[in-house]
Design a protein around this ligand. Structure first.
Ligand SMILES: [Zn+2]
Ligand SMILES: [Zn+2]
Length: 374
């Protein structure tokens, strides 16, 4: 099953970030899986805003690196000592590993696992390029390729009829969106929720808030198409933040108080500040978005320090992979969650440049790269 020799120099095609803003589809040689790693035949990999920033080189990724930070596929080969999966397993390749043993995992904060965040030497090399240099994989995934070389602790086998393109979203958008509602905010039934930004993340938050029994679900996005989608998946009101002060608009819908929970899925620091201020005193704001590395978020003191507001991070929805992914997959399968309304656009590996520009210009809600057969 391990077959180190068989694995040597497996040719494949991959989208490699070779410098800031340069994303090239190349023929590369996948290295044999190192101990504890596995090879996964890629099924579908989302192209989200994180990937736009990664390919622009503004989010700390060092070239050359194969992009694609969450994915799904079928296990094709096990490296030495890889445990927990079998060849042929259909797996979600998660954006955040979960080793179960590091400082963070043993404290229950698997979303901060050291396998992803504490790598002084950077991510390990996974493939050799034609010029002889070695490439790493973004987020330790590298899903814009026919094969992925990943840590066995970063995948979750799933037994479901949910199609590849939807399952691929479970590694990032679905878990971050739903985890923000269920794991981080822990929305109390009947309470009012604002969702700031209605890309795919926001649309999963709206669906999560609906499932959690929220009272009002107020969705904010400047794009009318996205507001329409938010209404279709359960928002009770939609607002254009460009029309008037979004904080005032939300307050006017909530008797002047504001919402109990604001879930931010927009990115800009201004939207995050507005999210915080649209909660009532004692309310909770969950932040998921990021601008390029180095951006700062400034908040007024009194509404936080004196007025009891809580601001929390939702890195990947504070996900517990083996608990959350199967249950979210089941909810997608039985229809409690609807992926058809989220708006998935498929692209081949060769169309990755198009996927990137579509994501940047917000022409797609979520693009998904399907590398397909060689
Ligand atoms: Zn860990
Ligand atoms: Zn993502």
């Amino acid at each position: 099953m391990t077959g180190g020799c068989l694995a040597r120099h497996r040719p494949m095609r991959a989208a490699v970030m070779t410098g800031p803003g340069r994303l090239e589809v190349q023929d590369v040689d996948l290295l044999p899986p190192a101990p504890g790693r596995i090879l996964v035949r890629t099924g579908a990999t989302p192209f989200c805003v994180t990937d736009v920033m990664n390919s622009d080189g503004v989010f700390g990724k060092e070239p050359p690196t194969i992009l694609g930070h969450a994915s799904m596929g079928v296990v094709e080969e096990l490296g030495p000592d890889a445990a927990g999966v079998r060849v042929g397993d259909r797996v979600v390749v998660h954006g955040t590993a979960e080793c179960g043993r590091c400082f963070y995992c043993v404290r229950g904060r698997t979303d901060q696992c050291s396998v992803i965040f504490d790598r002084p030497d950077g991510p390990p090399p996974v493939a050799r390029l034609a010029d002889g240099s070695v490439a790493t994989a973004a987020g330790n995934v590298g899903g814009y390729a026919e094969l992925m070389s990943v840590d066995a602790r970063q995948v979750v086998p799933v037994d479901t009829t949910v199609p590849d393109t939807v399952l691929g979203l479970l590694g990032c958008g679905v878990t971050t969106g739903l985890g923000s509602v269920f794991n981080v905010a822990a929305v109390v039934p009947g309470s009012d929720v604002a969702v700031v930004g209605c890309g795919q993340l926001g649309l999963w938050m709206v669906q999560g808030a609906r499932l959690a029994g929220a009272g009002q679900i107020i969705a904010l996005d400047p794009d009318p198409g996205r507001r329409e989608r938010a209404a279709a998946v359960g928002a009770t009101a939609t607002l254009d933040p460009a029309e008037a002060d979004p904080v005032e608009q939300v307050r006017s819908l909530t008797g002047g108080y504001g919402v109990t929970y604001a879930l931010e899925a927009a990115g800009p620091a201004l939207a995050q500040r507005q999210a915080v201020l649209m909660t009532h005193r004692g309310g909770t704001t969950v932040l998921t978005g990021c601008e390029p590395l180095g951006a700062e978020l400034s908040l007024p003191q009194v509404p936080i320090a004196l007025h009891g507001r809580t601001v929390v991070s939702s890195q990947n929805g504070r996900v517990r992979m083996h608990h959350d992914i199967p249950r979210f997959a089941a909810m997608l399968e039985d229809g409690r969650l609807d992926a058809s309304l989220v708006g998935i656009t498929e692209f081949t590996l060769d169309e990755i440049g198009e996927a990137k520009e579509a994501a940047r210009a917000h022409r797609t809600v979520i693009g998904v790269i399907v590398p397909g057969e060689r």
